[in-house]
Write a protein that binds this ligand. Structure first.
Ligand code: PMP
Length: 308
């Protein structure tokens, strides 16, 4: 078979990859009701260990997401975390992984306002880099980032992803690698699957969580790394579009995207137009160490999967 792994997890039970099912008339399929998490585990050859990154924080956000979109699902963060780690061990995976937890509403002939019965699927699948190391040529999208008055951008509701998808398709059609979206009021929000930081006039800046962004866990990791390892205070403030064109450095960050530099915005080169700037480089390096439990004081971010 073409299954990338043998097992998935369904409501805590191992199932064969091909046996995952969702009814075509479920509330999820009909109305796009569902929430999810996506994050990584890193294999360390040196330690002979696999490290899952900020598992409990992802499961906490999953539970928050369920509350916001009103899905009656599991709420025990420790249990959810343990199930995911058990799935990795059942598949005996020893490489870099992308892990997903999906919560659906699988009512037959579902109504838009059904809040259950919920069903939880988990997957852990080998994955390398999401983007290349060459940096991103981004386009400012003509689509606005969805706002908290219409949809909840701060959590991972699957329906939100229609917004980023339109932006990404537009950017690709126009020959760009990625898209950044502005809020309805014209401030920089985020990309289709990543938050954004800029370095301008010597200050590291990122939009606050009230600017129609996902409350990214990588964003939070970068904030903590900047403060504790580089002694950099980060400005959490609204960012205008034109600040992007005059930024010294720009990077995006996300669990899949990691920390990745932006080489141009609407074809305007950023920095030397090719390489990450010095602060971006330092944060990239710190992040790659943090996800392998190599930053003193931040080891609690990683969970050893095999317990060596
Ligand atoms: N924004 C959006 C819209 C995303 O989908 C993601 C990926 N989850 C991010 C930002 C980055 O979030 P995190 O660092 O928690 O993966």
């Amino acid at each position: 078979s073409s299954a990338p792994v043998r097992y998935l997890l369904h409501d805590g039970e191992l199932i064969e990859y091909a046996d995952a099912r969702l009814h075509v008339l479920s509330t999820t399929a009909k109305y796009g009701v569902g929430v999810f998490e996506g994050f990584r585990a890193y294999w360390s050859e040196e330690d002979g260990e696999l490290y899952a990154f900020r598992v409990a924080d992802h499961m906490r956000r999953l539970v928050d997401s369920m509350r916001v979109v009103e899905i009656d699902g599991p709420t025990d963060i420790e249990e959810l975390s343990g199930q995911l780690l058990g799935l990795i061990r059942a598949n005996e995976l020893r490489s870099n992984l992308h892990m997903r937890t999906q919560v659906f509403v699988d009512s037959a002939d579902g109504k838009p306002d059904d809040t259950g019965p919920s069903t939880v699927y988990m997957a852990a699948i080998p994955m390398g880099n999401y983007f290349g190391a060459t940096g991103l040529a981004v386009q400012i999208s003509s689509w606005a980032r969805l706002s908290d008055r219409a949809m909840p951008p701060r959590i991972k509701s699957i329906a939100n992803y229609q917004n980023g998808r339109l932006a990404l398709l537009e950017a690709r059609r126009n020959g760009y690698g990625a898209a950044l979206l502005l809020t309805e009021s014209g401030h920089v929000a985020e990309g289709a699957g990543y938050n954004v930081f800029i370095v301008r006039q010597g200050r590291l800046c990122t939009p606050p969580s009230t600017e129609s962004i996902l409350e990214g866990i990588t964003r939070d990791s970068v904030l903590q790394l900047a403060a504790t390892q580089l002694g950099l205070e980060v400005d959490l403030r609204p960012i205008d579009r034109t600040e992007l064109y005059s930024a010294d450095e720009i990077f995006v960050c996300g669990s899949a995207a990691e920390v990745n530099h932006v080489t141009s915005v609407d074809r305007t080169p950023i920095g030397d137009g090719t390489n990450p700037g010095p602060i971006t480089q330092q944060l990239q390096d710190l992040y790659q160490r943090a996800v392998r439990g190599r930053i003193p004081g931040l080891e609690h971010w990683v969970t050893p999967v095999y317990g060596t």
